[in-house]
Each structure stands twice: as structure tokens, then as C-alpha cells.
Design a protein around this ligand. Structure first.
Ligand SMILES: [Zn+2]
Ligand SMILES: [Zn+2]
Length: 248
């Protein structure tokens, strides 16, 4: 590795973040983390199920699955679709050390959250769907932990004391090292073991459950059930993006 080159790049990055206000994607001038044209290039999840935010082609109230078997969480916030630029950014965070994309994505999610909770009633705690310790070892970090940290910082700036607390120890633990979800087909994902998480008590009565991407929804449903069993009375799901169904 060329250490000299790396350190120069890092120093430039720090300098750029501290002294220049530039868009994280195109490096153009902007007032915050992403310029408007870049924000407009992200796929908004406008047409989606009211409850689980499953992307649909038309404005719909509830998807078929929510009508027959509603998920256990209170509602889901998923402002983007997992496609195009959003998919590339999240992929880079996970696999190409693109940690600098965490800030713009969590900043955008925080804006959506502030609009959704405009009348107050914020969750007391923010908990996240963690990776298995072995995967954290492989990647060197847990991306949902890093994203939660940034999300809380962004929220604190705007809502101050109302901001949910992010516990130092996340009570949700992944206990089984399952195959990475992205490497499975939809059929395999639906079959993959659901009891691979556990929740330690105590937890707050109203919690937010964060994950970066929601695919079939089985992971957040499973975690939400465990949180409700562990004493939560309301679980709000917060994800950056939701994957559109291939079958539709
Ligand atoms: Zn831009
Ligand atoms: Zn639904």
C-alpha cells in the first residue's frame, strides 16, 4: 500500500470536510452534505405500502401481505428505494470502505424522520440490527452501529433533548452467523433461519429499530417481535432504503 498517497488523501479529505462545503457525491458547492441535483438523483420511495413501505407502482394504502398478516411494528420509515445511486452508496459503505457516504445518507434519513415526527412522540431509544461479531471482525466495523451514531448526531442538532438515546451496548445481538442476505435469492432469504437474534433487557417502552436496507422485511419483523417480547410496547422501524420486489 502506498502510505504516502493514503495519508495525503486522508489529510485532503479532513481539510475538505472542515473548511469547504462541498457535495459528498459530485464535489460541487452546496450548503449541506448533498447538493440538490444529487439528492434528486436518489430514488424516492414515494409509492409504497402505508405500513411496511414495500415499493409499489401506484399509490396504495396497504400491500397484500400487510392486509393478510400485518407486521408487528408500528410503522416503517423507508425514504428511498434500494436501487441506483442509493444502492451504490450503501454497497460502497459495506464493501469498499466508503464510510464517508454514511454522513450524507443518515443526514437525509434524519430529515425524513424530522418531518414524520413533526408533532413529537419520538422513540426513547434507538436500537439497530447488528451484524454478527464474525462479520464485524471481517469488515472491521459494524455499519449499522456507525450509521446509528451519525444518525443520532444529525438528529441531536435539530431536536435536542427529544432525540432518542443510543445505548452504548446495543441490546440486540446476532447469535447465528448466517449467509449474507445479499448473496441469497429471495426464496433462500425467506427460508433463512429467523431465530438468529436475541434481545437483552431492559429496553425502553417506545423504541426505534434501525437497519440500513430492508429487503423481504423478515429481519426487522423478527427483531421487532423480540423487542415486543422483551418489554417494548411500540417499535418504529427506520431504514434508509427498501428493496423493490422483483416479482411486481
Ligand atoms: Zn452533488
Ligand atoms: Zn405492506
Amino acid at each position: 500500500m502506498d502510505w504516502k498517497k493514503l495519508s495525503t488523501t486522508k489529510i485532503y479529505e479532513v481539510y475538505r470536510r472542515l473548511f469547504l462545503t462541498r457535495c459528498y457525491l459530485c464535489n460541487g458547492k452546496c450548503e449541506n452534505t448533498l447538493c440538490l441535483p444529487c439528492q434528486e438523483g436518489l430514488s424516492l420511495n414515494t409509492n409504497s405500502c402505508h405500513h411496511c413501505k414495500r415499493p409499489t407502482h401506484t399509490i396504495s394504502n396497504l400491500c397484500g401481505q400487510c392486509q393478510t398478516l400485518p407486521p408487528p411494528y408500528h410503522f416503517c420509515i423507508a425514504p428511498y428505494r434500494f436501487e441506483g445511486i442509493v444502492k451504490t452508496l450503501i454497497h460502497n459503505i459495506k464493501f469498499n470502505q466508503g464510510n464517508h457516504y454514511i454522513r450524507p445518507l443518515t443526514y437525509l434519513l434524519s430529515n425524513h424522520l424530522i418531518r414524520t415526527y413533526s408533532s413529537g412522540n419520538w422513540p426513547e431509544q434507538l436500537l439497530y440490527v447488528p451484524s454478527h461479531p464474525n462479520r464485524i471482525k471481517e469488515r472491521g466495523f459494524c455499519q449499522t452501529r456507525a450509521m446509528s451514531n451519525h444518525l443520532i448526531k444529525s438528529l441531536q442538532q435539530h431536536i435536542g433533548k427529544e432525540c432518542p438515546a443510543l445505548p452504548k451496548y446495543n441490546p440486540i445481538q446476532k447469535t447465528k452467523h448466517t449467509k449474507a442476505q445479499h448473496s441469497l435469492s429471495r426464496k433462500e432469504r425467506l427460508k433463512s433461519p429467523q431465530n438468529s437474534y436475541k434481545v437483552d433487557t431492559p429496553i425502553a417502552k417506545h423504541v426505534a429499530l434501525f437497519d440500513d436496507v430492508m429487503t423481504t422485511g423478515s429481519t426487522v419483523e423478527n427483531c421487532a417481535k423480540l423487542l415486543l417480547k422483551a418489554g417494548a410496547e411500540r417499535v418504529d422501524v427506520w431504514v434508509i432504503a427498501r428493496t423493490p420486489d422483483k416479482e411486481h
